[in-house]
Structures are given as C-alpha cells and as structure tokens.
Design a protein around this ligand. Structure first.
Ligand code: PMP
Length: 412
C-alpha cells in the first residue's frame, strides 16, 4: 500500500491534464462517470494486443490465455466486494443487472397480484423502472419509502411499509443525488423479518466505500465499472449462492447451456447461466485492473481525504447566499457528492457558467425525477468528487459558484 498522495494519484490520469478554455479541468462529475487511470487503459489495450480471443471455447493457446485472464478478473472483482467468483455475474452495467433481477423474478413467477415491491423515493431510474415494469406485468404493487426533508429515509415509514406482502426491497446504498449512505443493515433486518428479497444498488458506494456484500446482509447487489475508474460496458451483479441458483436466466443464448435440443435447453449453474452471448472480455480485464489500482492506495487514507472534500464542499456551499442543498444533513455518513440549486438561476445556466471556468459538473434531474419532484425542483446542479480531487479544486468550484448569482443579476 502506498501512503496517500493526491498528486501521485492525479499523475495516473492522463485526462486530468486537460484544459478547458484555458482553465485547468476541474472534473467534478465522477458520479456520472469516473476517469480512467493509465493502468486501466493499458490493461485493456494490452489484452487486445496480446491475448484477444473468444473465451470458454476453442482449443488454441490464445483462447486459453483469454479465458484465464477473464476468469482471473472475476476473482479480482469478486474480492473487491468481499465475494466468491461464482457469485459474480458480469453485466454491461448496473442498469442491465437490475433488469436481469427484475426480469428473472418475473419469468420465475415469483410475484403475483397482491404482492408488494418496496423501493425508495431516492431511486435512480435504473432501480425504479424495472420494478414498475415488473409490477405492471404481475399485478404486484410498487410502494416507496419516503425521503425526509434532510434527505434521509423515513425509517419509521419503512417499518410500516415492509410487511407480509413485501416480496422485494430494492434501495440505493448511496443516492446519486443526496450522497447519503443509507442504513443498509436496518433495511435488511426489516426485509428479512418478512422474508423479502433485498436488492442493493451499489453504484455510488462502490467508488468510495469498502464493500463487503456478503456481510452486508443483502441478497443481490449491482454496480457499474465505469463509475469505479473502469471501462464502459462492464458491471456486475452479485448474489448469494442460493439466491442466484433460484433465479432463471433472463437473457438466453450461447455460452450459458450444457445441452440443447430443438425443443429445450439445460442451463449452466450461476454465474454462466446469466451470461448469454459474447461477454465484454477486455472490459472485464480492465475492470480488474481498476480495482487493483484502487487497492494500491491506502483505503482509509483515501476515505479520509474524500471525507475532507465532502465537508469542504458542503460547508462551502452552505456559506454562499442563495444556495439550497439537497440532502444537507450531518446525521448520516456521506460521500463527496452534493446536489444543489442556485435560487433564481436555472441549473443549466449554472453548469455553463462553471464550464466556462473549467469546472465540470452535472446538471439536470440526474435520472432521479421523483426525488427532484419531492423537493419541488425539476433540476439541480451536482458536484461529485473522486479519489483524485484536490481541496484546491473544491475551492475553485466554490469560488465559481459564489459568482453565479451576481453574474446572472439575481443578487438584488
Ligand atoms: N444507480 C445509480 C445510483 C446510479 O448513479 C447509476 C448511474 N448514474 C445507475 C444506477 C445506472 O448505472 P449505469 O448507467 O452504469 O447502468
């Protein structure tokens, strides 16, 4: 493990040398997609240059090498979340993983009229619409745990909502708008008490928190590679052995079978049962490089660095007049991700104003329309940091935000 040195970390990211309109890039949009260190870019290219070929097939040397690298990547990424390789299903990303789970439960006839699916008011659409579809097709009822004014979940309502009819409880580990770490253990206890399946959306926690999915108590979890400094087009679904074994495949085709006749097919056990078709092999290999790269840093020191950034960002925003924060609480653990509104200025205008100063933030509803509606907004500005973000960058961002209302003439 290296001592934590943000300058050394930054040197691994070629893109951080970019200038925007003569300003050094201040990339505060890692929650949308993260930047890739050289080790990840090299791993993908190296695989394609030296080992590229179809996995799990073919008697030739390259095929064996590619298969080994692909399956080694599964071991590495499984370890990253505290799991066994057999419990890790490659997907194209979190969205695909959540559709797989909802679709498979539907195929299995595990939900009926009168059953209930519980989500939160703070879902990314990827952990909402698949459940809406499942509910619509099965007659199940979709319910939600409300978000309180400070951005935390209404756990009293959760205890009332989760009951004998509840079959699934799906929730984000960290909301991509609020940055608040949700009480996983409490939700798991409520769900387990009624025999409901738990599905964790770990997209926004995986880049920042050490994950031990088996110990977390959830049954299934998803995350995306591109948010943890890995490539696009790769992610994973993790599941407990017995849970994965109980699910039928959602996508079918090649590479997931033992015997096929013209009338029927027998399937391989998990994880292959869920991996029909040609897999994103070079991306899996590069994702393994990403988690190895993350693992080279002192996790506690990196977490402490990000906690400092979080504090600086939130306190700095709080001290600027006319800023309204979403999820402004000290009562919960948080990641360095903050959404806000500048009163009187449209989020898109704020985004353009910041961009002209080299500061890249996200504007819009961040695929969480119901949550914005809950706060009486249609759009917000979101700044999200990563392991490579510096305090000076946060200050550049804060200085720029402080100039927004004056520029747009809404100070008076
Ligand atoms: N859930 C959360 C909390 C997210 O932040 C995202 C990405 N914005 C997703 C799900 C969907 O991830 P992907 O688009 O990589 O499938």
């Amino acid at each position: 493990t290296l001592p934590f040195d943000v300058d050394a970390v930054r040197a691994d990211f070629p893109i951080l040398e970019t200038e925007v309109d003569g300003h050094p890039l201040v990339y505060l949009d890692s929650a949308a997609t993260s930047q890739k260190p050289r080790a990840v870019l090299d791993a993908e290219r190296d695989f394609l240059e030296r080992a590229n070929s179809a996995v799990h097939r073919g008697a030739h040397t390259l095929a064996a090498e590619a298969t080994e690298l692909f399956e080694d990547a599964r071991v590495t990424v499984a370890e990253f979340v505290g799991a066994e390789p057999e419990q890790l299903v490659w997907t194209s990303g979190a969205t695909a993983g959540l559709n797989l789970v909802a679709g498979s439960l539907g195929y299995a006839g595990r939900l009926r009229e009168g059953d209930e699916i519980v989500v939160t008011e703070a879902e990314h659409h990827a952990n909402l619409i698949p459940w809406q579809e499942l509910a619509a097709r099965t007659g199940a009822r979709l319910r939600h745990i409300p978000v309180l004014h400070d951005g935390t979940l209404d756990m009293r309502a959760a205890a009332d909502l989760i009951g004998a009819r509840t079959k699934v409880v799906a929730f984000p580990h960290v909301s991509n708008v609020l940055g608040i770490v949700n009480p996983v253990a409490k939700l798991v206890t409520l769900a387990r008490g009624v025999g409901a399946l738990t599905v964790l959306d770990a997209c926004q926690s995986a880049p920042h928190l050490a994950l031990d999915l088996p110990a977390s108590g959830v049954d299934l979890a998803v995350f995306s590679g591109h948010k943890i400094h890995g490539p696009y087009g790769i992610g994973a679904l993790w599941g407990r052995d017995e849970v994965l074994e109980s699910l039928p495949p959602f996508t079918t085709g090649g590479s997931m079978i033992t015997t096929v006749t013209l009338d029927e097919a027998e399937y391989l056990p998990p994880p292959q049962r869920f991996e029909a078709g040609t897999q994103p092999v070079s991306q899996a290999v590069a994702l393994a490089a990403a988690v190895r790269w993350l693992g080279e840093h002192d996790v506690d020191a990196a977490r402490a660095h990000e906690a400092e950034l979080e504090k600086r960002m939130r306190e700095g925003l709080r001290s600027i007049a006319g800023i309204r924060l979403l999820g402004d609480t000290d009562a919960a653990e948080r990641v360095a991700l903050q959404a806000f509104e500048v009163e009187g200025v449209h989020a898109h205008d704020v985004g353009q104003f910041l961009d002209a100063r080299g500061v890249a933030v996200r504007v819009g509803h961040h695929c969480a329309q119901p949550l914005h509606r809950r706060f009486g907004m249609t759009a917000s500005v979101r700044a999200s940091a990563a392991i490579h973000t510096t305090e000076a960058e946060v200050d550049t961002f804060l200085d720029a935000v402080a100039g927004v209302r004056g520029f747009f003439g809404v100070d008076a």
